[in-house]
Design a protein around this ligand. Structure first.
Ligand code: BGC
Length: 922
């Protein structure tokens, strides 16, 4: 590699002069924006004692090479006045280009208080920004003693078996004085819906979310100032079994059969006169049963509108025949603020058709396999009973098919009451479905009667990818739908059958793709806390988080490695060093656990491991070699990989002794792996795609063994006529390994493959989400084993990471995490005429688009302010490239360009770029 940097110094001078000139013009124009605290805009009720603040630099996107040179943060209490009297932190002018994760370093934070903050920055063009608009965060209840409320249960007799009707709880209060502000802090054992004066409080559903309730119970904070009136008010709460007590909890060791649902409710009112008051759950509350006869995550809901409690959540309701409540001592020490994002109704979709199946079932097609529920709206007669059953697919004859749901009934029963128009949505359940069987509907239903309510954690879309292949675009859509459908408070395996657990392996393999598609920062921050809480004493990690199946179900490599891999992904994608600090001990403990699975050498031969779960096996033809990979090989490879990530983490955290320890451990694992699994001729003991993929991806091979490994891998792919044979653990890395080793054409061929097994095969069978198995519907149109055949399982969607980072070419740089510096290295292929992608990083939008026309390639790149990028083009001839219409060789001085034999690296500061390149004909 050599560097052409002639005239660089002269150019630098011109740049300084030009920027000073433009500085005077633009002086007043810049202002930071997108202020977030702990990844959230103006969060309420947080319990992070030193919250981190991040912002984006505003700048004309065409304005190039903008870097922050300094910043100043001010934080004040109560009002956004920023007077010296109310400042709790004044950072002063800090010389730094850091604009993400600035740690609050002011006076200690106090429960219930609101902190307003603003920032300004200076940049390398000599500009000083305006102060940002003020943002805020508000502290929750930091000490157990901040809780005045009591845990209460409804005095409704409990039916020991399931199901039980949902308890309704109410409380009226009279507010005598003028209200300045009011907050509700609330949680439950079970799920809750809360109302004030008949208004639903908050847009959240399925609250307080799913955690291991023995260890962590999240509470939510709502600003109810505008709903609370001076005068009479009525609070109402409905509780549901949810994850705490429903059928899903029956899989656990700690079944809560005999325990009742419980509520903890605390309102804090501040009056205009400076006084304050609490309204709490206590024994003055009343309870009753109502129209919800049963509500269960798996089974659905039964609702009898004839038993509606009209006016139950408005003041003046006659509750004289309601029962009381009982106070329970469930304590306050497990209570934590909600670090994640709420589950909400995200969007609505309408049916594409209503039709009769050959078996004469009346079925709605939503046109999309979705997660959430149906809103029914119809004019029904009292006593009419509508039953909606949900399914993902029709069978080969076009009939309604529910066998793959196993024991989950996914059934909604609604009995009409006296309302003129019945409008109904279920409360404490969700379904995974595309098709809905309708029973009992009087007359002919129309699509107007049904609306699909798409429900998931409120993750913002950060990634977009589109190209000239409609099949690949459908694949991208399927990946995003499967992510949304399985991001329902925690990352789940599937949203439909009697499972829906936080399987760690699935989460781990998909985490990088997930962070491209959507902002997962707060979502994973929260789930990793659950993971750490459920980690066992010996460092082992349960297969699913929250741990449902019990302690014995733990310790599988590729699954428990989520404890190491996901914090690392958070570091790469968001530059989150604190997550590494907070999980460092947990990461180390996982490695220590893996050590206990070894003997005299560093090969893992003990324990239970899922291995390359659901790797390819030909359903009928036993002459076709399955993709089986030795489980010990996989386990040892992940042991090596995670140890390496812990070693890197130790470096970042300056843990000198640990760096040495983990480096040595890695070396030992590598040499044991080589002895045990590699023949002298460089063949792996499992001659499978996954074996080579893991060995190459994790860098387990000596340089002499790389060529044979790549050869064996590519030969296998060729023998299979460009089909994959990998399972959950090999699939995410397969195309990466091919690209890294000069086989982009193989990677593309695998991606474009339409016959089974491949990513596009399900699309040829009408898939609108990612399937759990390569052959969920087999080539002969029959189904795979219904005992395990989900049509909404994101694991194989991990190809999304390769699509973003290779087709669009967007790659993070480990040395400058969070996209402070990144790489754009698109792999331009003749199979596509264009590819467009953007990614909203914490610094702003990164764009990478390319198109091909004849011999010309055009690239449109955006690099956000305060970052740098390296564009890597496959050419050694700068003469063939223009930017903004100018030959690069003519404006050579403006760029820092380096060359290798085949590639040209162009270093780019922020700005918008348009490159054109003539390709040589071979
Ligand atoms: C789940 C998976 C999970 C697996 C464990 C299945 O039932 O659906 O996705 O990772 O069990 O191997």
């Amino acid at each position: 590699m050599y560097r052409k940097n002639k005239n660089k110094r002269r150019f630098a001078k011109i740049i300084v002069l030009l920027s000073l000139l433009s500085a005077s013009v633009l002086h007043a124009e810049i202002q930071p924006y997108k202020l977030v605290c702990e990844y959230k805009v103006n969060p309420l009720g947080i319990d992070v004692l030193n919250p981190r603040l991040s912002w984006m630099l505003s700048s004309d996107p065409a304005d190039r090479n903008v870097i922050q040179t300094a910043y100043q943060v001010q934080v004040c209490l109560d009002k956004a006045t920023f007077n010296s009297s109310n400042l709790v932190w004044e950072s002063g002018k800090i010389i730094s280009d850091q604009s993400t994760h600035i740690v609050y370093n002011g006076l200690p934070v106090v429960s219930l208080k609101r902190y307003y903050w603003r920032i300004k920055y200076w940049d390398n063009k000599g500009r000083e920004s305006k102060w940002s608009q003020p943002s805020f965060w508000e502290m929750g209840l930091l000490k157990s003693t901040d809780w005045k409320a009591k845990w209460i249960e409804a005095d409704i007799p409990l039916n020991n078996g399931l199901p039980n009707p949902c308890p309704y709880l109410r409380k009226e209060i009279n507010v005598l004085k003028k209200i300045k502000s009011a907050r509700l802090y609330i949680t439950s054992l079970g799920l809750y819906e809360v109302y004030l004066n008949s208004n639903r409080i908050g847009k959240e559903v399925l609250t307080p979310g799913w955690t291991n309730y023995e260890k962590r119970i999240q509470y939510q904070t709502y600003d109810i100032t505008s709903l609370l009136k001076q005068g009479a008010n009525s609070f109402g709460v409905i509780l549901g079994d949810g994850w705490f007590k429903g059928n899903i909890s029956r899989k656990t060791e700690n079944v809560k059969n005999i325990q009742k649902l419980a509520l903890l409710f605390q309102v804090h009112i501040e009056f205009v006169d400076g006084e304050s008051k609490y309204i709490i759950s206590d024994n003055s509350w009343k309870s009753s049963v109502g129209p919800i006869k049963m509500s269960d995550i798996y089974n659905g809901e039964s609702y009898d509108a004839r038993d509606i409690l009209t006016g139950w959540n408005t003041p003046g309701y006659d509750d004289s025949n309601w029962l009381g409540v009982t106070i329970r001592d469930y304590g306050y020490t497990n209570l934590v603020a909600t670090a994640g994002v709420p589950v909400t109704r995200i969007k609505e979709i309408k049916p594409t058709q209503i039709f009769y199946t050959p078996r004469h079932d009346l079925v709605i097609d939503m046109g999309q396999n979705m997660v959430g529920w149906i809103r029914l709206s119809a004019s029904l007669n009292r006593g009419d009973k509508i039953v909606l059953t949900h399914a993902e697919v029709l069978d080969k004859d076009g009939n309604f098919y529910t066998e793959n749901l196993r024991d989950a009934k996914q059934k909604i029963e609604y009995i009409a009451g006296d309302d003129l128009v019945d409008v109904y949505e279920p409360h404490f359940t969700f379904q995974g479905f595309r098709f809905v069987k309708i029973e009992g509907f009087p007359g002919k239903p129309s699509p107007d009667n049904f609306t699909g309510i798409v429900v998931h954690s409120e993750i913002d879309q950060t990634g977009f990818f589109e190209c000239s292949s409609t099949m690949i675009n459908q694949l991208q859509s399927n990946i995003q739908w499967s992510q949304c459908g399985n991001f329902v408070d925690i990352p789940t395996d599937c949203p439909q059958r009697d499972e829906r657990f936080g399987w760690t392996g699935d989460a781990q393999v998909f985490s990088s793709t997930a962070c491209f598609n959507f902002d997962c920062s707060a979502f994973y921050t929260r789930w990793l806390q659950d993971l750490k809480a459920d980690q066992l004493m010996n460092g082992s990690v349960p297969h699913e988080i929250p741990n449902v199946l019990g302690k014995r179900h733990s310790g599988s490599t590729g699954w428990g490695d989520a404890a190491v891999i996901i914090p690392w992904i958070m570091y790469l994608k968001y530059g989150d060093k604190r997550i590494l600090e907070e999980h460092y001990e947990s990461m180390k403990r996982w490695i220590q656990f893996l050590l206990t699975l070894t003997d005299t050498d560093m090969v893992i031969r003990k324990g239970f491991h899922y291995g390359d779960w659901l790797f390819f096996i030909h359903p009928t033809d036993w002459n076709v070699k399955p993709g089986y990979t030795d489980v010990d090989l996989i386990a040892t490879a992940f042991f090596f990989y995670s140890t390496g990530l812990v070693e890197k983490t130790a470096r970042i955290l300056n843990k000198t002794e640990d760096i040495i320890y983990f480096k040595e451990l890695q070396n030992k694992i590598k040499s044991s792996f080589n002895k045990e699994f590699i023949t002298p001729n460089g063949r792996l003991s499992s001659n499978s795609q996954t074996a080579y993929v893991l060995a190459l991806q994790f860098k387990l091979l000596d340089s002499a063994d790389i060529e044979p490994a790549v050869r064996y891998l590519t030969e296998d792919i060729k023998k299979r006529e460009f089909h994959l044979s990998t399972g959950f653990l090999g699939t995410p890395y397969l195309c990466h390994v091919l690209s890294q080793n000069g086989y982009n054409d193989y990677a593309y061929k695998l991606l474009f493959q339409r016959t089974y097994p491949s990513w596009l095969y399900p699309i040829t069978r009408g898939a609108t989400t990612i399937w759990e198995r390569w052959d969920g519907i087999k080539p002969d149109s029959t189904f795979q084993d219904p005992a395990m055949n989900s049509f909404n399982h994101y694991a194989y969607g991990a190809i999304g990471d390769w699509i973003y980072s290779n087709i669009a070419g967007l790659q993070e740089d480990e040395d400058y995490p969070g996209y402070k510096h990144f790489i754009i290295r698109p792999i331009i292929t003749d199979s596509l005429s264009y590819a467009k992608s953007y990614f909203n990083s914490m610094y702003g939008t990164i764009r990478s688009e390319w198109s091909r026309s004849g011999n010309q390639i055009e690239l449109n790149i955006t690099v956000p302010p305060n970052t740098r990028a390296t564009l890597i083009l496959k050419t050694s001839e700068i003469e063939s490239i223009t930017e903004g219409g100018k030959l690069l060789s003519d404006v050579f001085e403006s760029y820092d360009i380096t060359f290798s034999d085949t590639e040209c690296n162009i270093s780019l500061g922020s700005g918008i770029y348009n490159f054109k390149q003539e390709r040589k004909q071979n």
